[in-house]
Design a binder for this molecule. Structure first.
Ligand code: SF4
Length: 500
């Protein structure tokens, strides 16, 4: 028994003399670092494991100034975390390779999210929306049956077993008959091909009725809505006749919960200039309406939204300040014993704290456009993402992959345009990102780059995508490092449990 203990090959139980001798002969494995604040920096290895260390540690490591006999604990952590190795090729290199494959395994499923813009018609005229058409012209602005059929055929060619079919608008429920047609057509075909389907309708809930809810209940259809905050914000952002969007949304939320259960309805908010002054009120509104999560989203800074600059254009620094204030308020709910999480932080934290892949379209490398999500527009055009169609609505067709009338599966997903985009969808190969410590927590967004900087490659020093992600990732790591309670709360968000 004693002998077994002595032979155990773990760092903790090795005898002190193991660490004797010249300890500064070691090999560097790939890692990057980022200054967290005046005192600390964070090292991040190739698979996203991180280690917070005193400032200057990265320099000492690469200059071979680290001696294992002087700093046994740090040295051991660096070996265990694949930052350095005592052999040129560490014996556990295959473990690192497996972990890398696991992190990227979202690619195995290829495209899972299929967005069908079932109609462009809408009874709202939100000032940041590019697609509103207050019209009754169904022929012009609803998706035609032959395009729905072809979209379904392409969707079911995806190699993934789990597929999501999401109906968007305009206001998708104005074409509810076409949604029903699409779901009923998909059901037997999906069964035949062994696909597990999830159906989602994005709706402002204004025209929701019991017939719709009964169908959704019978067919496990999820609803996703928009709630921008309390009435004075929501109704300013989301205009409709009667100026009662907020009241209809709240009524719709209650009805949907009664019919479908609370877990089958989610809400998204969009941050406008008005929202920036009210982070606490927005968080409180979500909590009071019974939501236990909120997704704090900046407005997409291009396309139609910029036509109304006064209401929708703001410096990214203002959004970051808004986000941090709101996040602290959310943390206070958690400190009081409530489970209430911020979704963007949770996505990043999953990447920081777990070895698993995260299939979030806007924060992946390769980028989620095409590999994760595809959009079939109401007119049959196929786009790389929702943001790509936003650009097209303002006359920019850079990210149009083809058309359902003329392009088959291979031409859309592996065609010239898709190949061109693949070059700029991998942040490991983008200037700036390739050396960034936060590379494995962040992503690539060629649509944002093109729209805001005029180049699909983008230029990191002035990129608002980069500024936002770099600061939010730094902030989350700093918070966890400085406050063990916050770390415990964050771990609860990732594992969906209340911090004890
Ligand atoms: S966009 Fe910025 S934060 Fe993200 S990986 Fe690239 S350099 Fe890093």
């Amino acid at each position: 028994m004693v002998e077994t203990l002595i032979q155990r090959n773990t760092r903790k139980f090795k005898a002190p003399d193991f660490y004797a001798g010249s300890g500064n002969v070691y090999f560097l494995l790939p890692f990057r670092f980022h200054r967290l604040n005046d005192r600390k920096e964070v090292l991040v290895n190739e698979v996203g494991d991180h280690l917070v260390v005193p400032t200057g540690t990265a320099a000492r490591i690469v200059q071979r100034k680290l001696r294992r006999e002087d700093e046994a604990e740090l040295y051991g952590d660096l070996i265990a975390g694949f930052f350095i190795a005592e052999q040129q090729l560490p014996p556990l290199i295959d473990v690192l390779a497996t972990r890398y494959r696991t992190k990227k395994s979202f690619l195995d499923q290829f495209t899972s999210l299929h967005l069908f813009v079932i109609t462009l018609r809408c009874e709202h005229t939100c000032h940041y929306c590019q697609v509103s058409r207050v019209t009754s012209n169904k022929d012009e602005f609803d998706m035609r049956y032959e395009h729905i059929n072809k979209g379904i055929d392409l969707m079911l060619r995806s190699p993934g077993e789990y597929l999501t079919m999401e109906f968007q608008g305009g206001e998708a429920l104005l074409a509810f008959d076409k949604i029903v047609y699409a779901i009923e057509r998909t059901k037997p075909l999906a069964l035949e091909k062994g696909k597990q389907m999830t159906y989602v309708i994005c709706t402002n809930l204004a025209v929701l009725d019991e017939d719709v809810l009964a169908y959704c209940q019978a067919n496990n259809v999820l609803l996703s809505t928009s709630l921008d905050g309390p009435g004075f914000i929501h109704n300013q952002n989301r205009r409709r006749p009667g100026n009662n969007s907020y009241e209809l949304t709240i009524k719709g939320i209650e009805m949907a919960r009664q019919w479908l259960g609370p877990g089958n309805l989610s809400a998204l908010m969009t941050t406008t200039n008005l929202s920036l002054d009210h982070p606490l009120a927005i968080v409180d509104e979500y909590f009071q309406q019974g939501f236990r999560s909120i997704f704090l989203r900046p407005i997409s800074p291009y396309g139609f939204a910029l036509k109304n600059e006064k209401k929708n254009k703001y410096e990214i620094e203002r959004f970051i300040t808004f986000y941090k204030t709101a996040l602290q308020h959310i943390l206070n709910y958690n400190r009081d014993g409530e489970f209430f999480r911020e979704e963007y932080a949770t996505i990043i934290l999953k990447k920081i704290l777990t070895p698993f892949p995260v299939g979030y379209v806007d924060l992946n490398s390769p980028a989620g456009s095409i590999t994760n999500a595809i959009l079939f527009n109401y007119d049959g055009a196929v786009y790389a993402s929702d943001e790509s169609r936003m650009l097209a609505e303002s006359g920019d067709y850079t990210f149009r992959l083809g058309h359902l009338d003329t392009h088959d599966y291979e031409a859309v997903f592996y065609g010239e345009k898709a190949q061109e985009l693949a070059d700029v969808m991998v942040n490991e190969a983008l200037p700036g990102c390739s050396e960034c410590a936060f590379q494995s927590y962040c992503g690539a967004d060629p649509v944002h780059n093109h729209a805001t900087q005029g180049s699909v490659w983008g230029y990191r020093p002035t990129s608002t995508f980069c500024q936002k992600n770099m600061e939010l990732i730094r902030y989350l790591i700093e918070l966890m490092d400085s406050d063990p309670q916050v770390k415990q709360i964050f771990e609860g968000w990732v594992s969906q449990r209340r911090a004890s």
